[in-house]
Ligand binder design. Structure first.
Ligand SMILES: Nc1ncnc2c1ncn2[C@@H]1O[C@H](COP(=O)(O)OP(=O)(O)O)[C@@H](O)[C@H]1O
Ligand SMILES: [Mg+2]
Length: 321
């Protein structure tokens, strides 16, 4: 089965989030006080997987904002604070929504952004969004080199410690592991380590480049949102992250890579590093998709199964195994 053919909710409908009306009155009151105008419409956004608030709000004064919020004792609240600190440090020229306010409110962490009216990019073959997204992500990497934020963790500290899986799976292979993965487990667990030596760089790496973290505005500008996993490192990482998502959207691995030709960060990355990176994503998603679902996050593991299939296809293509 090809990665694109699994049954799955569409982009933009993967998260289960509270509606505006379900939020505690004290939180709504405090957000309204910060906005300085009453909320008249609230459209919950279903993109992503976290169970936090994500809503586009229309205000009585005709202004519009996008609000994210999560209880301050939630396991993900630190990510929201990281996103706020990162967003606050991005230059005005970056293709991102402006952060208007953030802070603790009524026991919640709240972020208020400019509202973006748009859609998620379509990364399927032939879509005009593909070159637009490639140009936007590569241009963003250039703009954010050197990183405008100084106190970021290195990519080797954050991404390398996260993106792996084969070394765990090889010690106790799951019974449902595919035949190809099982056959190559020792080689994959060795292969997934190599890219770690090539993560160093001075770029601000977004670290979570996916179509649901991008919005194409009515004016066809590609915006990148959700800066919760930033690091300092080599810019090829954000560009290469597009490959498994293009494969998930129906590209062959060869066609997905072809879309990146001409991007300096991609062209200059050593081929064996990219092969190792593909293997590390394949291992990460293969491992994570077998974990129990987090509370109120029903679609994450299914998404990771599809992502694993895409990254495995990418790894097969690059290794020839
Ligand atoms: N500034 C914005 N304006 C309008 N919609 C947005 C904005 N930022 C994000 N979104 C939408 O909300 C969804 C969830 O936001 P995101 O920041 O990615 O949260 P999460 O951390 O839960 O993934 C995104 O997939 C996108 O569709
Ligand atoms: Mg997101």
């Amino acid at each position: 089965m090809s990665p694109a053919s699994y049954d799955h909710p569409p982009l933009g409908a993967t998260a289960i989030r509270p509606s505006w009306g379900e939020l505690p009155g004290s939180l709504r009151d405090s957000i309204t006080a910060h906005l300085g105008s009453a909320v008249v419409t609230a459209d919950v956004q279903g993109g992503g997987f976290t169970p936090g608030v994500a809503a586009r709000l229309g205000l009585a004064n005709d202004d519009r904002v996008f609000v994210k919020a999560i209880p301050d004792d939630h396991v993900l609240s630190g990510k929201y604070l990281t996103e706020a600190a990162t967003s606050a440090g991005l230059p005005a020229t970056a293709p991102v929504p402006r952060l208007r306010w953030y802070g603790a409110s009524a026991g919640w962490i709240v972020l208020i952004f400019d509202d973006l009216d748009g859609r998620h990019p379509d990364l399927s073959p032939g879509s005009a969004d593909v070159p637009a997204v490639v140009t936007a992500v590569s241009g963003m990497g250039e703009l954010l080199t050197p990183s405008p934020l100084s106190d970021l963790p290195s990519a080797s500290a954050t991404r390398v410690s996260l993106l792996h899986g084969w070394r765990e799976l090889v010690t106790c292979p799951p019974v449902d592991l595919g035949a190809w993965e099982r056959r190559h487990l020792p080689d994959l667990s060795e292969l997934e380590t190599h890219w770690a030596r090539h993560t160093e760089g001075s770029a601000l790496v977004h670290g979570d480049i996916r179509p649901d973290n991008m919005i194409i505005s009515a004016g066809e500008v590609v915006f990148v949102v959700d800066w919760a996993q930033p690091s300092r490192g080599a810019a090829w990482q954000d560009v290469a992250d597009l490959v498994p998502h293009m494969i998930m959207a129906g590209h062959s691995p060869a066609a997905a890579e072809k879309a990146l030709i001409g991007v300096q960060a991609w062209d200059s990355a050593p081929p064996d590093v990219i092969t190792s990176y593909a293997a590390s994503f394949a291992g990460y998603w293969t491992r994570m998709s077998r974990q129990p679902a987090p509370p109120s996050v029903p679609n994450l593991r299914g998404y990771q199964r599809r992502a694993a299939a895409a990254a495995i296809a990418w790894t097969m293509y690059r290794t020839g195994w």
